[in-house]
Ligand binder design. Structure first.
Ligand code: GLN
Length: 454
């Protein structure tokens, strides 16, 4: 009830929730009370969570931040949310996001931008919470839920976490089932939590992760007790510092934050090792070929026939065209056009196939350094702090917006786990985050190391 009241009070200003589910919340909470009375307590018993609108929730608003899914209420539940409810968690509602998870500022949502609960010192300018999981990050930061589900295809958990002073982890590809999560780029998409601290993120991921017969890319490996990893020392661990992440024109405060992170880990007994990931500079361009290519294919299903919006036309082709023209926003259309282009005959080899080869090289860069004894890699999470809603530069040039993902997309391209952890404030009092990148399925090391930084 306290969370529902907080949402009522603050959501008008923040626009973090696109739908609240008070009836479900109360029903789930009283079922939880009964379980507690009978002595069976799940790992998340009674914990109120928000759910990114990309996750299918049975009988509840599920529109992926899009107009094209108008009125869509699936008759099934995503595996990740089903896992959370099975452990006793309570659903508060659905969280705003960039349309189909395409964006870095939460400004592409059909439901309008989310407002970051943080503001620069002495300023009343509204800032973005990052994206695409902007609603999840803002809701956690503003205490409108105890934790939230999110997804990360190219940074969408870690960048909003960094912009809002929260913790976000993208686990290894395959750790969580993608079943029931609207697909953006299937070979990159992963679910993970956004939480107020590393411990909460560890507890939530433990519950979210599972192998699932309905997603054959989910991996059959035991899910460790991540919370148990937190107390452990980083003494003797080797932390890699990649030269290629020191970008030209990187703001001084990002460099300072990075050095501070290095110093903290050194003080805690870790060994710091300069490393090279030579193909880093190709990650962003390759990502912006692979992701739109997969998106153009995945989004073909939204045609006015099976789900949501239908805009009639004189025949079926015109109905498809009208529905997609009206139902999709500008960023989604841009991605579908880029994706269709790079997959088309004559361009497939030049763009898509080449990007896939680059992807292999990026993956090998990481395999080499991890093979050389590096336990985790420390980088900045974002190239800046949160920027203003409606930033003119970024609105005029989508590539500027895409540069927000510069430190985060490599992890998705390589399928690795990455965590963003709050590490300090910039000169204007805005949160900044550091990122730790780990070996496949070694989320434990990330939690343990992030816990030293937070
Ligand atoms: N900002 C990136 C994009 O727009 C990442 C999105 C994501 O991770 N879902 O594609």
């Amino acid at each position: 009830d306290a969370y529902l009241a907080a949402i009522d009070g603050a959501n008008g200003a923040l626009n973090a929730y696109v739908a609240t589910t008070p009836d479900q919340a109360r029903r789930m909470a009283s079922a939880s009370d009964e379980r507690r009375a009978s002595g069976t307590v799940g790992a998340l018993e009674g914990i109120p969570l928000g759910v990114k609108d990309l996750f299918a929730t049975d009988g509840v608003h599920t529109q992926a931040g899009s107009h094209i899914l108008d009125g869509f209420k699936p008759r099934y539940e995503s595996t990740v949310t089903a896992n959370l409810w099975a452990d006793g968690a309570v659903m508060l509602g659905k969280l705003n996001m960039d349309e189909f998870a395409m964006g870095s500022s939460n400004e592409t949502s059909y439901y309008g931008p989310v407002v970051n609960p943080w503001r620069a010192r002495g300023s009343n300018v509204d800032l973005v919470p990052g994206g695409s999981s902007g609603g999840s990050a803002a809701a956690v930061a503003a205490h409108l839920c105890a934790g939230a589900t999110a997804t990360d295809t190219g940074g969408s958990i870690r960048q909003p976490a960094a912009f809002t002073g929260t913790v976000g982890i993208k686990p290894t590809y395959g750790r969580c089932s993608r079943w029931g999560i609207a697909a953006f780029a299937s070979s990159l998409d992963q679910a993970g939590p956004i939480a107020r601290d590393v411990r909460d993120a560890a507890i939530l991921l433990k519950s979210m992760a599972s192998v699932d017969a309905k997603d054959t890319t989910s991996v059959d490996r035991p899910v460790p007790d991540y919370e148990a990893a937190l107390g452990g020392s980083v003494k003797g661990m080797t932390i890699g510092i990649p030269a290629e992440y020191r970008m030209d024109g990187m703001p001084r405060e990002i460099e300072t934050l990075w050095q501070q992170g290095i110093a903290w880990l050194k003080d805690a007994g870790a060994e710091i090792k300069p490393i090279s990931l030579p193909h880093t500079k190709y990650a962003l361009p390759a990502y912006y070929i692979v992701a739109p290519a997969e998106a153009s294919s995945n989004l073909a299903r939204y045609d006015g026939v099976k789900y949501g919006l239908r805009v009639p036309g004189k025949d079926i082709v015109e109905m498809y065209e009208n529905t997609r023209a009206e139902g999709f926003g500008a960023e989604v259309k841009r991605r579908v056009m880029i994706g269709t282009y790079v997959l088309s005959a004559g361009y497939y080899d030049a763009y898509y196939l080449r990007a896939q080869k680059v992807r292999t090289l990026i993956k090998r860069d990481f395999e080499t350094v991890f093979g050389d004894g590096v336990d985790a890699i420390l980088t900045p999470a974002t190239p800046s702090a949160a920027f203003g809603i409606g930033d003119q530069d970024m609105a005029a040039d989508p590539v500027k917006m895409y540069l927000n993902d510069i430190f985060t997309v490599t992890v998705n391209m390589a399928g690795l786990p990455g965590i963003a952890v709050p590490a300090g404030l910039d000169g204007q009092g805005l949160p900044l985050g550091l990122q730790l990148i780990g070996k496949p399925f070694d989320e434990e090391t990330l939690f343990r190391t992030a816990h030293v930084i937070e």
